[in-house]
Design a protein around this ligand. Structure first.
Ligand code: S3P
Length: 175
């Protein structure tokens, strides 16, 4: 395996798990959002505010193609990455995709504490946020479920989750 792509909703723990996984695998860690910000010299929130979501998705797709050429990397993607263009296909063709799955309630609890820098949810009240999660996840699950591996990350122990992932990666028939 040359690349591990972590996918899942905002707040599902992709960055935390990704960093630990990179260490365990001896890989480099790339956060796609940060990669986009560095390559475009602009914060995600500013890209959304100045150019709109469509432009962001276009940039995100191009950046995904770039990082899909790097070797020995764990890539934490944005919550929407798998759901636009043929991004899910790109990830499955170029590495192993892993979906970090959480319940709506767990996502809502986590996101309530970390919504200010996320343009899609920053102005939502608690109940609006839960409705947004339910609605958006129904649509996104179709894409997330195309991942090669799905891991339940409701548990709050990243180390435990990573050990579970490692044990799954050791099973035969993974590329
Ligand atoms: C988004 C998730 C964000 C970021 C952007 C859009 C989404 O990444 O890419 O704000 O559509 O779910 P995180 O999942 O890392 O928060």
């Amino acid at each position: 395996m040359k690349r591990l792509f972590l996918i899942g909703f905002m707040g599902s723990g992709k960055t935390t798990i990704g960093k630990i996984m990179a260490e365990k695998l001896g890989f480099s860690f790339i956060d796609l959002d940060h990669y986009i910000e560095n390559r475009n010299c602009k914060k995600i929130a500013d890209i959304f505010a100045e150019s709109g979501e469509d432009t962001f998705r276009d940039i995100e797709h191009k950046m995904l193609l770039e990082v899909s050429q790097l070797e020995g990397v764990v890539i934490s993607t944005g919550g929407g990455t798998p759901c636009f263009y043929n991004n899910m296909e790109i990830m499955n063709e170029n590495g192993l995709s892993l979906y970090l799955k959480l319940s709506n309630e767990a996502l809502s609890n986590r996101l309530n504490k970390a919504k200010t820098f996320r343009p899609l949810i920053k102005d939502k009240t608690d109940s609006e946020l839960l409705d947004f999660i339910k609605e958006t996840l129904t649509h996104r699950e179709k894409f997330y479920s195309q991942a090669s591996l799905t891991i339940d990350n409701d548990d709050d122990s990243p180390e435990k989750t990573c050990n579970l992932i490692i044990s799954q990666l050791k099973q035969p028939a993974q590329n």
